[in-house]
Design a protein around this ligand. Structure first.
Ligand code: HAM
Length: 417
């Protein structure tokens, strides 16, 4: 029998102890992207399966084996989004955004779902954030996206960042390359996995993204796409590199980087960190100049990237510390009448919306409440007992210095202004 009291393999509870880190990161994401003029879009968690098949590509691992799909009661074939780009492109076309403005800059945060083998940094429900810029085919746009991805991590003090770039060219450049690559790989056909043998016919570039070691060895000697780029493709790639050089973003060229999704053209990139272990990719992205048109929209160049939040947090936890906000005040009340009075005291103090105030609801002894205040690292404690009730003077204790003073409620309210 299934254990219903255990979360599903590959999913994760974000616990009360760690959620403050998530909130910090989410705030950082909103502020960072907003500062570049990107606006948040929230699309539904599930879409028509066909949207993902046509965008990501039927030969990819994501579509061929990792999607959570089902047929609903109305006979619709639906899928939990394995990524956001397809949904954002659907949103762009559906709302005819190209008519409103020639440029659209969008970001998103939310869960994505892929039925992969779970391991550290790899989940079946993971949280992704990312950005998509529609409208510009210029290298400045490529450089903006790539440098944003790099600086996003750099500003969080994540060290050991490795940015890899490649150009996989326009459709035209790829016609010739596809032929050359295919005839190279055909020499090793019988050594290739069953999946790669199929891909050799349908989509040989996909084989460059293999995770199998013996196939990686074969690929080391394969022809490189960079040698088959058209003049225009070469020009725009080197202009992108120049822009990155001009602001000193360090990168390496990886001629075999093709990424795991089929919609890419021209610039592709990934950022890795060796803090992460096997699942070293912090983020990945690239241009997808044909996708809007292929899905039925007006031809619109676009580029973006996406990143996993779980992996980002793994990298941060290994690296530096984000502090949780400690309570400003812990209110201790000692007997039945002071429990009641403390409820009103707390309410008065709460007019100052910046204060974090905690009070005991277990009617514990003063000693236990003090212990709890220490556990929570409260900065101050207010003690309300019979004596305080009678005199109208409450005890305020600074937990850092140990100093104690008697103050009226009005004085305490002023004290925290
Ligand atoms: P992706 O490389 O498939 O690209 O995913 C982007 C990032 O999501 C990865 O680098 C990784 O950090 C995270 N990620 C992917 N799968 C998992 C998983 N199973 N568990 C945890 N984290 C994961 C895309 O999704 C494209 N839509 C990126 C893009 C946007 N390209 C253009 N625009």
């Amino acid at each position: 029998m299934k254990n219903i009291l255990k979360n599903i393999k590959g999913t994760k509870d974000i616990s009360a102890e760690e959620s403050y880190i998530w909130q910090y990161i989410e705030n950082y994401i909103h502020n960072f992207f907003d500062s570049f003029g990107y606006s948040e879009v929230r699309t539904p968690t599930f879409e028509n399966t066909e949207l993902f098949v046509r965008s990501i590509g039927g030969d990819t691992d994501i579509v061929s084996k990792e999607m959570y799909s089902w047929i609903d009661q109305g006979n619709n074939t639906l899928t939990l989004r394995p990524e956001f780009t397809a949904s954002v492109v659907r949103y762009f076309i559906q709302n005819q955004l190209h008519k409103i403005n020639p440029s659209h800059k969008i970001y998103y945060i939310g869960s994505s779902f892929r039925r992969e083998r779970p391991q550290k940094g790899r989940l079946r429900e993971f949280r992704q954030f990312g950005i998509e810029a529609f409208g510009s085919k210029n290298p400045e746009q490529d450089a903006e996206i790539i440098s944003m991805a790099y600086n996003f991590y750099k500003n969080l003090d994540i060290s050991n960042l490795k940015l890899e770039l490649n150009s996989i060219g326009s459709k035209e450049s790829r016609i010739e390359y596809r032929k050359v690559l295919k005839s190279f790989l055909e020499k090793f056909k019988t050594d290739l996995s069953e999946v790669s043998q199929k891909r050799l016919e349908s989509n040989p570039l996909r084989i460059l993204d293999t995770k199998i070691d013996f196939e990686k060895d074969i690929i080391k000697d394969a022809p490189k796409i960079i040698d088959y780029l058209s003049k225009n493709d070469q020009k725009s790639f080197s202009a992108t590199l120049d822009l990155l050089d001009s602001i000193k973003i360090p990168y390496t060229i990886n001629n075999y980087l093709v990424r795991g999704l089929d919609y890419y053209s021209q610039t592709v990139f990934e950022i890795q960190s060796d803090l992460l272990g096997a699942q070293s990719a912090l983020c990945g992205g690239g241009r997808y100049d044909y996708l809007v048109e292929e899905l039925g929209g007006e031809p619109t160049p676009a580029i973006g990237f996406a990143a996993g939040i779980e992996r980002l947090i793994l990298a941060i936890e290994n690296n530096n510390r984000i502090a949780k906000k400690n309570p400003d005040i812990y209110i201790i009340s000692i007997d039945e009448s002071s429990h009641k009075y403390s409820f009103a005291v707390e309410n008065s103090l709460r007019r100052n919306k910046k204060l974090k105030i905690i009070s005991d609801k277990l009617r514990r002894t003063m000693k236990s409440q003090m212990k709890d205040a220490n556990r929570l690292m409260a900065k101050n404690v207010i003690i309300i007992g019979e004596e305080e009730m009678n005199s109208g003077q409450l005890t305020l204790k600074d937990m850092n210095t140990g100093d104690q003073q008697k103050l009226t409620l009005d004085n305490i309210v002023d004290h925290f202004k």
